[in-house]
Design a protein around this ligand. Structure first.
Ligand code: ADP
Length: 775
């Protein structure tokens, strides 16, 4: 029996057994004498034995042959097993390597060994420029100097664009090793000139070049090229194909991992640093992810850890808004700039804009919502600002048009009167009465124009924030009486009654407020009442009203006039607004009076309103507190009384400092009755000199705008040597600040141009009452 040992040993053993048996039989035959005749049985035995021996020898020969064949197949089997082992190992190793470099080094050793090549070059894919460059080369160390000088550059400076490689030959075909008929020139996709390629082939003695690409799913990751000298052929090409294929998979994975890591790093960076908040929520609203920027958005009140796992509904100001968002997402999958309000930890609301997408799982069901949101408080504010700026711009535009229409009307109409009657005055042969009549028309027109200009000046001062409150003691009863006295003739002229219904006891009639402004408010309301009342009466009066902290004087001006429709009762307090839009030409007026009155009342700390019935009459009310907090200085000037005549003891020495001839003439004539001696100065310097030369001067009427030295400076210099002379400034600008400046410079008082004679006398009387004899 063949024992389970090495096969050669079994055959030898069987053969030696047979040989042993045959030799034993021969010995038996030789022992018998030659002449002795063997019996038939013995002879047959010998014959059988001989046949057996021949058979045995044949068998032995056959055994030897089988043994040799077995040896060969055993060797090839071993080789195949080794190859398989190598492939199995390489597939694991290639996938297990940590870096692309390790893969290349492994390929370097294995492919060179398997192919039996004299030279080998491995090239690598470069993502930055989508080309391949030589990475490792073998067998050329001793020729490297010559190769580099022939090439004119380092080997690793050769770059072969992948798209050229693909153009030259279908990438799929490159996945198996192939022979390059065009040698190095073909290998370099003709990027290296043929002559150089041939020269390098010569240096290396290359006869044949083979190449294979590392290609996976149509992507080219590099390749291996093998150079053979004369007589050498590529070996194990199947193995090289398989290992290259394994390498392609490993390289594709490494590149994918690399880009995954880079992307992960990139997105992590974005996630960590974005200003917007990135979020993910489950469909039930549970917060799955939030970027750290939530801290910024919540002004430090929440961190992502506080909120992950919580229901997002809890942070919506309007829970329905989130439901609507989901519905919208189910419809369109994506939503952009959806505005919501989120609740911060302290309960404050943050206006946010969300952009989100609904993620669907592979089964087609909604999986989660991912998106971003950011704070749009500033944007909202800007929108609001923009809206209000637009409204203001429209309002200004409306006002501008109204302004132009009103002012044009209000200036042209009196101008018409002035110019018209001035022309008529020139007519020869006019009677004295006619002349008086025409002059009074001119005066009225002048007054009307002055009123318009004053209104405009006032409104621009209010607008510029230059209208100051000048506080002094104001006796309301006195103001009402004065105004009654002043406007009574006008009412009589129109045939209407003017009544006073005053409920203020004398001790309650003193306010600390701005007298001029109260006068202006009351005058304006009375003038309107007269203007808009064709018949009947008007009534003015005051009373006290008590509020929680403070008592007020409440004044009213009531008329039985045309009334104001309810829809216009608010608007009439706006600038340039008339109650009767269509028919405003019937009544003269710039539409500024009530808006000025309203501004004044508010400056004094009160309110103004109207109650009116169309066709039956109106009552305007306004309140003023007893005490106004002064915005400027406290002016404790004495109450002026235009109606009061002074007891005059003597006439005055007056200096008129004025460069304008008309104004000078007007003042000279106006003051004629009180003048003892008149001095005229045309410049500030002249004025200073005249006062210094004539210490007897009682009064200086100091114009502010004069050549050489202005009125402020001239006053300052006069005050250096004369503190007694009364200096009254004439301010033409009518701007707030002028009057304060005049007082600061040392003037006793001021009077605005155009100068009203009565007002001028009033002021002079106030300061020089003791000296005046008759006026
Ligand atoms: P003006 O009188 O110059 O037009 P106001 O600002 O004083 O400007 O008044 C605005 C508008 O209010 C007037 O045009 C008029 O239509 C209405 N109005 C004011 N006072 C009265 C009043 N007493 N009776 C009726 N309408 C009035």
């Amino acid at each position: 029996m063949i024992r389970p040992m090495k096969k050669t040993t079994n055959f030898d053993f069987a053969a030696s057994l047979f040989r042993q048996k045959a030799e034993e039989l021969l010995k038996i035959r030789q022992r018998k004498p030659a002449t002795q005749i063997l019996d038939t049985t013995a002879q047959n035995h010998f014959h059988e034995l001989e046949l057996n021996q021949i058979e045995l020898e044949l068998l032995y020969a056959e055994l030897k042959h089988t043994e040799a064949a077995l040896l060969t197949s055993e060797k090839s089997l071993q080789e195949k097993t080794d190859d398989l082992l190598l492939l199995a190992n390489s597939s694991f190793k290639l996938l297990d390597f940590n870096s692309i470099d390790e893969i290349y080094h492994f390929l370097g050793s294995k492919l060179l060994q398997l192919s039996g090549a004299d030279y080998m070059l491995l090239s690598e894919y470069n993502e930055l420029n989508s080309s391949t460059t030589p990475k490792l080369w073998f067998g050329i160390d001793q020729f490297i100097g010559k190769i580099v000088s022939t090439l004119g550059k380092d080997i690793n400076q050769i770059q072969i664009p992948v798209q050229d490689v693909a153009k030259q030959m279908d990438l799929e075909l490159r996945k198996k090793i192939y022979c390059l008929a065009g040698g190095l020139h073909e290998l370099t996709v003709q990027k290296v000139p043929k002559a150089i390629c041939v020269a390098i082939e010569k240096i290396l003695g290359i006869r044949e070049i083979y190449s294979i690409g590392f290609i996976w799913k149509g992507h080219y990751y590099g390749g291996a090229s093998f150079g053979f000298k004369k007589g050498n052929k590529i070996k194990k090409s199947d193995l090289i194909d398989t290992i290259s294929n394994q390498a392609s998979l490993a390289l594709s994975r490494k590149y994918a991992e690399k880009s995954l890591t880079e992307n992960e790093k990139k997105y992590r960076g974005i996630f960590e640093n974005i200003q917007d908040v990135y979020y993910e929520t489950a469909t039930d609203g549970t917060i799955l992810e939030l970027s750290p920027s939530i801290k910024l958005l919540s002004k430090g009140q929440y961190t992502r850890e506080d909120l992950i796992g919580k229901p997002i509904y809890d942070y919506y100001e309007d829970r329905d808004a989130r439901s609507k968002l989901i519905q919208e997402l189910k419809k369109c999958r994506q939503i952009i700039d959806y505005e919501i309000q989120l609740i911060n930890k302290d309960g404050s609301l943050v206006n946010c804009s969300i952009s989100a997408e609904l993620i669907i799982d592979p089964q087609g069901n909604p999986e989660k919502i991912v998106g971003t949101f950011h704070d749009i408080t500033n944007r909202k504010q800007s929108e609001e600002d923009l809206k209000s700026a637009l409204t203001k711009a429209k309002e200004s535009d409306r006002l501008k048009s109204a302004f132009l229409a009103n002012i044009s009307h209000e200036i042209r109409t009196p101008m018409n009167g002035i110019l018209g009657f001035s022309t008529l005055l020139k007519e020869p042969g006019l009677s004295g009465d006619q002349q008086k009549e025409y002059i009074s028309f001119i005066e009225k027109s002048g007054e009307r124009m002055l009123n318009t200009i004053n209104d405009l000046m006032d409104i621009s001062k209010i607008e510029a924030g230059q209208m100051n409150v000048i506080v002094s003691e104001v006796n309301m009863n006195e103001r009402i009486n004065n105004l009654h006295h002043f406007f009574k003739p006008k009412c009589q002229e129109k045939g209407i009654q003017f009544l006073v219904k005053n409920n203020l006891s004398p001790d309650k009639s003193i306010l600390n407020s701005d007298r001029n402004k109260i006068d202006a408010i009351l005058s304006n309301l009375i003038l309107n009442a007269i203007k808009y009342t064709p018949q009947g009466s008007i009534e003015v009066g005051c009373g006290i009203v008590h509020a929680i902290h403070e008592s007020y004087v409440q004044c009213h001006v009531k008329d039985t006039g045309i009334g104001i429709p309810l829809s216009r009762q608010q608007a009439i307090f706006d600038r340039f607004v008339h109650a009767d839009i269509e028919d405003n030409a019937v009544y003269e007026g710039s539409g500024l009076g009530l808006s000025i009155s309203k501004a004044y009342v508010e400056m004094l700390g009160g309110k103004i309103w109207v109650e009116s019935t169309l066709g039956a009459g109106s009552t305007f009310y306004f309140t003023v507190p007893y005490q106004v907090h002064p915005q400027t200085r406290n002016n404790t000037e004495e109450e002026a009384n235009p109606g009061k005549e002074s007891v005059l003891s003597k006439k005055l020495n007056i200096l008129i400092a004025e460069d304008d001839e008309n104004s000078k003439l007007f003042m000279t004539i106006s003051l004629e009755r009180l003048t003892n001696q008149l001095f005229i100065a045309r410049t500030g310097l002249e004025a200073v000199k005249l006062v210094s030369d004539h210490p007897g001067i009682d009064l200086v009427l100091m114009d502010i705008r004069m050549p050489e030295l202005n009125g402020y400076e001239a006053t300052r210099r006069i005050r250096e040597f004369n503190s007694k002379v009364v200096i009254i400034a004439q301010t033409a600008h009518g701007l707030a600040g002028d009057q304060e400046k005049a007082i600061e410079a040392g003037c006793n008082d001021y009077i605005s141009k155009p100068i009203n004679r009565i007002r001028l006398l009033e002021v002079i009387n106030r300061h020089l009452r003791s000296k005046l004899t008759n006026f």
